[in-house]
Design a protein. Structure first.
Lengths: 250, 478
């Protein structure tokens, strides 16, 4: 039975890291999924919900539910947007009997990419190998907590051959992104991302895996400002490289 | 740090300038170093000790349920508590606010002609500034917890719920001791501890009035449970003639068997200990044949805004807090700015949540905003208070009561509106792409953004969007 998977790209990945969308699509297709991309999708409502604009967030949540309801699975390369759908939609639709059934159906089928590989497809990446040895570290993005994902990403990463894994100190400490927080409180956010980037530098890894576009923009932005050569990638990019997939598009 | 940040008087109801305090702290390199070492030790200690338990998540759920149940039926359990404390021979008082609590305690002291006070560490006494009030009334008050003693002699404020001087390093403490005692500078922690011990021993011997807080009040037995590591509180509850415990009404739990659950979690969550060195469980005066204990025991139960929070079904959960400080240790923001920057006795994530509830959202509207919502606090909380959820709800309250600016509200509403259609989303992403790629020139990175975006580029660069969005790339598929 072919799994019909809808890709929920998320606003930031759509604009800043479309190659991650290409990688996720091609990897899911490699594992036999039929990947579709509902073109009407925009935003899950997270920025509005987190900043206290709940009626506005609910409008976007309704749109999301309508757009994604027809699919078997909804997969997203972002833990934080997945957490928004899985955790917060319940609050937005509480006591709303007209919507709660569809909402629960959609949220129950929404997965973060790594979680989907591990829990649904139950893949093992041991037969994959990077073309050459690469030192790679891993940042645990915060919103994986909200959806109960622990070290699945780390496990998959370490299965890939030629990965010289470098543990990151304080891997579970936030990078200081926090959406609009990064702009509203630049001094605090700056101190936090500085700490993160220092820990990354200490690993001497060439590449950091970070599975959330917002965190990637923050960490990569700080690495660039500090003139550090570290590449910040989504795990799908590393898996795609090991599979020999072309990420330049279609 | 106490010289750079001026703290508001608790309960002054003046809007707190969080920006200034937090910005100064975030650039205070020695503070950040000191905090990082101490806080990470407590954080990893908690993680290790929690894994000793067969099912850490289940026991946190149980502890949360015990506290929630008690809060949901607080009137019943308070009644039961009062009956049992009185049966044990103690006296019970209800204080609706700090001023009342302080007056009750001063009256007890006056009636008994007690003047020499040994006080053990208690957050609620900090909340109402009890020690200061007793000093003003002419009593000799000494904080006997070592950390609190250092806070007292340096006229500082605690910056952590459990480790009050987590913001200070060894050299700073040594200097305070040298200044206070007029002795030569010595930064050996053991020597400093022995110096304080000698000083405090004399105070313990002469004291006639003991003050404690309370971690838990057990309704079925009428007993107060207090944990500590230094034995100073054991002195407070055994030596002086008069013993007063000042405790918030939300500290009640139903049974002694519940206490076993709570203690297991409190010490692990707070300091990463399986159990604290001293666990004092007391109530009532010394009975015939007992060798120690007070002649009189008084329990002062304080409300000070708690029943207001209790009335809100939504925020009632926040009263579960057992003041373990685990959320502070887990918080990336607390780790960078410390406790003083929160402008309240209750710092960190739990402080960002309850300070606005206690002191008014208008006075502390920055606190719920200054969170990256990473969720580390919720993960650490032994009674499962969903702190990020409540912070978001406070942000909702800020929007609904117009505590933020009209421009900000209009901006978010316009932004949300553009996301309601595919066409507008397309237009907005293309405009943003054009703007950012123009600013990035050919480097792929924007070094300086105007207006709202300036906060981003103040500390880091902004990547330019890709030439074609994923939406556009998908068109080329098939």
């Amino acid at each position: 039975m072919t799994r019909r998977v809808a890709l929920f790209i998320t606003c930031l990945t759509d604009q800043f890291y479309p190659r991650v969308g290409v990688a996720v699509t091609k990897i899911l297709e490699h594992y036999g999924c039929e990947v579709e991309f509902p073109q009407a999708q925009t935003c899950c409502g997270q920025p509005f919900f987190n900043n206290g604009f709940h009626p506005e967030a609910k409008e976007l949540a309704k749109r999301f539910v309508e757009i994604f309801e027809p699919y078997d699975y909804i997969v997203s390369p972002s833990g934080s947007c997945t957490a928004m759908v899985r955790e917060q939609y319940h609050q937005l639709f509480a006591h709303d009997h007209a919507w709660e059934h569809s909402m629960a159906a959609v949220t129950g089928r929404t997965f973060e990419f790594v979680e989907f590989l591990d829990k649904v497809l139950q893949v093992n990446l041991s037969d994959l190998k990077l073309p050459q040895s690469s030192s790679i570290s891993y940042h645990y993005t915060c919103h994986l907590r909200g959806i109960g994902v622990k070290d699945e990403g780390l496990k998959l990463l370490q299965q890939i051959g030629n990965v010289d894994f470098r543990p990151l100190e304080k891997t579970d400490q936030c990078c200081g992104f926090g959406g609009t927080f990064a702009m509203k409180y630049p001094d605090i956010s700056g101190a936090i991302v500085e700490d993160k980037v220092q820990c990354i530098a200490d690993t001497k890894a060439d590449t950091l895996i970070c599975n959330d576009a917002g965190c990637t923009m923050n960490i990569a932005g700080m690495c660039h400002r500090e003139r550090m050569p570290t590449k910040v990638k989504h795990i799908s990019e590393v898996i795609a490289e090991a599979m020999g997939l072309d990420l330049s598009g279609w | 740090m106490s010289d750079t940040v001026s703290l508001p008087v608790i309960g002054s109801h003046e809007p707190f300038d969080f920006d200034t305090a937090s910005t100064a702290a975030a650039h205070n390199e020695p503070l950040k170093r000191t905090l990082n070492t101490a806080v990470m030790r407590q954080y990893t200690g908690r993680q290790q000790r929690m894994t000793d338990l067969p099912d850490p998540d289940a026991i946190r759920t149980l502890a949360g349920d015990i506290k929630q149940h008690t809060l949901d039926y607080l009137d019943y359990y308070l009644d039961q508590l009062v009956t049992n404390v009185e049966r044990n021979g103690g006296h019970v008082y209800f204080a609706s606010n700090g001023a009342e609590a302080k007056q009750i305690i001063l009256d007890i002291a006056a009636k008994n002609r007690a003047t020499r006070v040994i006080k053990s560490k208690s957050m609620v006494s900090e909340e109402v500034e009890l020690a200061q009030a007793m000093e003003l009334a002419g009593m000799d008050v000494v904080e006997t917890d070592l950390g609190e003693f250092i806070v007292q002699i340096s006229h500082d404020k605690p910056s952590h719920l459990v480790a009050p001087i987590v913001h200070l390093n060894k050299a700073q403490v040594a200097k305070m001791f040298a200044d206070y005692f007029g002795t030569p500078y010595n930064d050996d922690p053991k020597a400093l501890t022995m110096q304080a011990r000698d000083y405090l021993r004399d105070k313990f011997r002469k004291a006639d009035f003991g003050i404690t807080g309370g971690n838990f009040l057990v309704a079925e037995s009428g007993l107060v449970a207090c944990v500590e590591n230094e034995g100073n509180q054991r002195q407070s509850v055994t030596t002086p003639r008069i013993l007063v415990s000042l405790v918030g009404i939300e500290k009640v739990i139903p049974r002694m068997s519940d206490l076993a659950v709570m203690i297991k979690l409190l010490s692990r969550s707070a300091t990463g200990q399986p159990i604290t060195i001293y666990n004092n469980i007391f109530g009532g005066p010394r009975s015939a044949g007992e060798k120690d204990g007070p002649e009189e025991f008084h329990l002062v139960l304080i409300d000070n805004g708690r029943t207001e929070i209790l009335q809100s079904e939504e925020y009632r959960e926040t009263l579960r807090c057992i003041r373990c400080g685990a959320c502070l240790n887990a918080c990336p923001i607390y780790r960078k700015i410390g406790g003083h920057a929160y402008g309240s006795v209750y710092p960190g994530p739990i402080g960002a949540l309850i300070t606005p509830l206690f002191q008014g959202l208008g006075n502390y509207k920055d606190l719920p905003q200054a969170s990256s919502l990473c969720g580390a606090c919720y993960e650490a909380c032994p009674v499962k208070i969903n702190i990020p959820k409540h912070l978001i709800n406070l942000r909702r309250d800020i929007v609904n009561t117009h505590l933020n600016g009209p421009f900000e509200r209009a901006f978010y509403r316009f932004w949300a509106w553009t996301m309601t259609s595919r066409v507008m989303y397309y237009v907005m992403t293309q405009l943003q792409k054009f703007d950012l790629r123009r600013r990035a020139v050919h480097s792929g990175w924007v070094r300086k953004l105007p207006l709202f975006g300036s906060g981003w580029t103040q500390v880091r660069d902004m990547p330019a969007p890709a030439r074609r969005t994923f939406h556009q790339q998908w068109h080329g598929k098939k």
